[in-house]
Each structure stands twice: as structure tokens, then as C-alpha cells.
Write a protein that binds this ligand. Structure first.
Ligand code: 4H3
Length: 243
């Protein structure tokens, strides 16, 4: 899989994706991530990439031309138009399901805006999809782009040691994950739930499922409307809901 990031802050992106698990995936050749500097494509003699908004208003906007030329250069390099995602608070909220779909493609490109935003005309011309991380505003699209890259990368086959590592986690099947414990057995006067050291595999699985249902019910009850629940799950939830 190949991910191309169009940004005014390529070093900020590189610093993040060359570390940790994503960094290892790149070293292993499972993933290619490139950061392209939009400023390299400015035609302005002072290297400017922003200007004031028509109609007035605060701050500066990124101009269309450097972004468009950066995208054109990428198209030429790839020999095709990449699926381009613009990170913005106006996009559809990122879900685990959309990240999973993206992890099954051969790649995509990410456009990071900065300042107060981007000239709408270039967005109309090149953007295929708009994604938001949530209902809040950031100074740039770089952090959301890196979050999306991380979220997608960890589901690319081979990036995590085993597929179970992500298929059991929160949101993967529409539920929150059960609580987890590691050594030592007793810490700060608190021990680990007995069932987990019982060695009884079926009981352990049952406990995990019930904890997962319980947490989701207590913390994010709206998720239960969309989760795939068995008859046993529903019976457990009925018991829990009764006061
Ligand atoms: C994404 C981008 C929030 C999100 C973002 C989010 C800077 C978009 C600029 C950049 C525009 C002005 N903020 N919730 N900010 O995912 O290009 O907002």
C-alpha cells in the first residue's frame, strides 16, 4: 500500500511515520508513505502559498495553484489519479469500518490544509472524499492525516503480528473492548479477575464478551444499535438492564 501526503509540513509527517509500528511496516516494505511539500510548487517569487480571503474575514487561505500543481506532479508520478482525501471538520467522521476498507486498497493520497482553509475551487477539482476526525477544529490537517495513516496502516496484513491483535479491539466489531490486565497478578492491592487465570478457555471468552457488552452499554449505548449481537448477547444485556 502507498500513501501520499500533500502538506506544507512534510517533516512533521515524516517524523511521525518513521517511528514505531508504522515505521517498522515501512522498513519491512509493507507500506510506502511519502510526504510532498506543497510549497515546492509555488510560482510566487517569495514562496508564498496563501493569501487573504475574498469577501473579507480573518486570516489567510491556501491558494489553489500550488496544491493543484503538487497533485498534478503526484498524478504524473503514479501514472494515475490517486483517490484523494481532504481532512477537514466538514468531512464524514472517520470510522473503523472506513479505515478497514481503505486498508484493503492499494493506496490513496491525503491533502492537509492549513491557516483558515483552502480555496474551494481546487477542492472541487481534485478531492474525492472528505474525512473528519470529529467535531473540533485544528490548525492543520497534518495530525488528522497521520491519525488516518496510523489507523489504516495497522490493518494492512503483516503490520501487526497477528490479525487477532486488531480484530478483538474496540470498534472492530462495533463494540468496545473488554478490560485487560498484565503482570503482576497483584498491583496496588488489586488483583486480576480470577476467570482470567482459571485456564478455562470457554469461560474466559464468555467473560470477555460480557465485559465488552457491559462496557458498551455503560459508556456508548448507541453503539449497541448497530452492533451484531447474538441471542446470548441480547439475553445478557436484558439481565444487565434490569435494575
Ligand atoms: C481536520 C482538519 C479539524 C479536522 C482541520 C478534523 C486546517 C482544515 C484548515 C484544517 C482546513 C482550517 N481541523 N476534525 N483543520 O478532522 O484546511 O480548518
Amino acid at each position: 500500500m502507498r500513501i501520499d501526503i500533500l502538506t506544507l509540513f512534510p517533516d512533521m509527517c515524516r517524523a511521525v511515520f518513521h517511528e514505531s509500528i508504522v515505521g517498522r511496516a515501512i522498513d519491512k516494505g509493507l507500506l510506502e508513505v511519502y510526504a510532498h511539500d506543497i510549497r515546492d510548487y509555488t510560482l510566487d517569487k517569495h514562496n508564498r502559498v496563501d493569501d487573504t480571503p475574498y469577501g473579507g474575514g480573518m486570516g489567510m487561505l491556501m491558494q489553489a495553484q500550488p496544491i493543484y500543481d503538487c497533485w498534478r506532479a503526484l498524478c504524473a508520478e503514479l501514472g494515475k489519479r490517486p483517490h484523494l482525501i481532504y481532512l477537514s471538520p466538514q468531512g464524514k467522521t472517520l470510522t473503523q469500518a472506513r479505515a478497514k476498507e481503505l486498508s484493503q486498497t492499494d493506496g490513496f493520497a491525503l491533502l492537509c490544509g492549513h491557516y483558515e482553509g483552502v480555496d474551494e475551487r481546487v477542492l472541487e477539482e481534485i478531492v474525492d472524499e472528505e474525512i473528519s476526525l470529529g467535531d473540533y477544529v485544528l490548525t492543520g490537517g497534518e495530525l488528522p492525516a497521520l491519525v488516518l495513516t496510523d489507523c489504516v496502516a495497522r490493518m494492512v496484513p503483516g503490520v501487526l503480528p497477528n490479525e487477532e491483535a486488531f480484530s478483538q479491539e474496540s470498534h472492530y466489531d462495533g463494540l468496545l473492548e473488554h478490560p485487560q490486565y498484565t503482570k503482576p497478578y497483584e498491583w496496588n492491592g488489586k488483583t486480576v479477575p480470577e476467570v482470567l487465570i482459571s485456564g478455562h478457555h470457554a469461560n474466559i471468552e464468555k467473560w470477555k464478551r460480557e465485559q465488552s457488552l457491559l462496557r458498551t452499554y455503560q459508556r456508548r449505548p448507541e453503539l449497541l444499535d448497530c452492533a451484531e449481537l447474538t441471542k446470548t448477547d441480547l439475553e445478557f444485556l436484558e439481565k444487565v438492564k434490569k435494575p
